[in-house]
Design a protein around this ligand. Structure first.
Ligand SMILES: Nc1ncnc2c1ncn2[C@@H]1O[C@H](COP(=O)(O)OP(=O)(O)O)[C@@H](O)[C@H]1O
Ligand SMILES: [Mg+2]
Length: 406
């Protein structure tokens, strides 16, 4: 009798089919707000038990508190409030969106009135973040989202089909694949449409009838009760659009009428912007398990340079030629994160301040090569003057001017 030895390189026999998405660890690169802030959401639901619009998880006031944070103050649950497991009785709600509280209140009122909300503004002003936070606070999820592109189809806003089932069964409820918008309609949740003006006009028009009639017809299922999907109370849409995309596909007047517009601007206050940039850069290196060691002076110079170039005027009031690239807070956060990682992984190699001109050049040069000259102009103007006025940080930056000449 012979024994068959398995070839040493032969893989172990499989007992179960391999998953298409093997997940060795439950860690995720980005934790969505509904999970990241689950404790805050449960706390706020218990903290404010006032009247809520139909199907809302939180009161309008608690939604604003969730989005803006409690400014470092601990909120306390009323003594008689029941507390779900794991929810503390006192909690500081983290600051998230930095900006105008009145703007956030208007957004919440729009949603409470079951009108669509359109957030417009320059790229990197936290429109997407705000739409995620609002939808999470209102309905408990930010996941019902359609990304608008020139290739977005009406199906992606309404419904599609599972073709295998469609062929096997014909058009049935099981074969229908709902879009995130249709799912939101049936659950009474908030769907998000990102960059809505990138969609072609006829695709945008699908939203018009959906927002006015609050239902989606499925003619393929005619005769069955699923032929018309009605929006449950609580259904709403939050869309975002970038001002820089103007002209890509302008929104029709009909669609504009169905949304309340809110313009999200850059952060007004230098200290608030610096604090945000510091907090996010710190979080990103700490996630990587490294210590955060970037001086405040470096961060302040970084944020100041971004703001001067964004506004076309320095803090001192000197004229600055604006690059065509948007110098957004989001970009400032990513440069600060890169500096913080460099400081953590290559300590002592070089002062991180020395890396700043190169990073600024990288940000500025994205759209238009002429922007590099504008950055050199900024160096020859405000950077030089500050150096001459005796600032050590700006002196170092001025001495690095040659970096910008590449
Ligand atoms: N006002 C702000 N408050 C909080 N974070 C901001 C603000 N502006 C910019 N950011 C930062 O910018 C990041 C990107 O914002 P995002 O929502 O993608 O912008 P947009 O959708 O407007 O292009 C946010 O995750 C945050 O780190
Ligand atoms: Mg966005």
């Amino acid at each position: 009798m012979t024994t068959v030895h398995p070839h040493p390189e032969e893989p172990e026999p499989m007992t179960t089919a391999p998953s298409a998405f093997p997940s060795p660890s439950p860690a995720r690169q980005i934790v969505p707000p509904e999970d990241r802030y689950a404790t805050e959401l449960a706390f706020l639901a218990a903290h404010d038990d006032g009247p809520r619009p139909p199907a809302w998880r939180l009161t309008p006031r608690a939604v604003v508190t969730f989005v803006m944070g409690s400014a470092g103050r601990a909120l306390k649950l009323p003594d008689d409030a029941g507390v779900p497991d794991g929810v503390p009785r006192r909690l500081v709600v983290e600051d998230k969106f930095v900006g105008d509280r009145a703007l956030v209140e208007r957004c919440v009122v729009t949603l409470a009135g079951e009108r669509g909300l359109l957030l417009v503004g320059e790229p990197g002003t936290a429109k997407s973040m705000l739409s995620e936070l609002l939808s999470t606070a209102v309905c408990g999820t930010s996941a019902l989202v359609v990304q608008g592109t020139a290739g977005t189809t009406e199906d992606q806003l309404k419904y599609g089909w599972n073709y295998a089932l469609l062929l096997a069964q014909g058009p049935t409820r099981q074969a229908l694949v709902p879009s995130p918008v249709l799912t939101a309609m049936s659950r009474g949740a908030v769907a998000r449409v990102e960059e809505v003006t990138r969609c072609l006009p006829e695709v945008q028009d699908a939203l018009v009838s959906l927002l006015s009639e609050r239902r989606i017809a499925v003619p393929e299922l005619a005769g069955s009760e699923d032929a018309l999907a009605h929006a449950a109370p609580g259904f709403n849409l939050i869309a975002t659009a970038n001002l820089r995309d103007k002209g890509v596909s302008e929104m029709s007047a009909a669609l504009k009428r169905r949304f309340n517009f809110e313009t999200v601007g850059p952060i007004g206050d230098l200290d608030a912007e610096t604090a945000l940039v510091r907090g996010q850069a710190r979080a990103s290196v700490e996630r990587a398990g490294a210590p955060f060691q970037v001086d405040d002076a470096v961060l302040e110079a970084l944020v100041t340079a971004f703001r001067d170039l964004r506004e076309g005027r320095s803090t001192e009031g000197w004229e600055v030629e604006r690059p065509s690239t948007v110098m957004s807070t989001a970009e400032a956060v990513s440069v600060a994160g890169a500096l913080a990682l460099a400081a953590a992984y290559f300590p002592g190699d070089r002062d991180v301040l020395g890396l700043l001109p190169g990073h600024l050049l990288g940000v500025v040069r994205k759209d238009d090569p002429a922007d590099a000259a504008r950055l050199r102009g900024y160096w020859d103007g405000p950077v030089r003057r500050r150096a001459e006025q005796g600032s050590a940080t700006w002196r170092t930056l001025w001495d690095l001017r040659t970096v910008l000449e590449g």
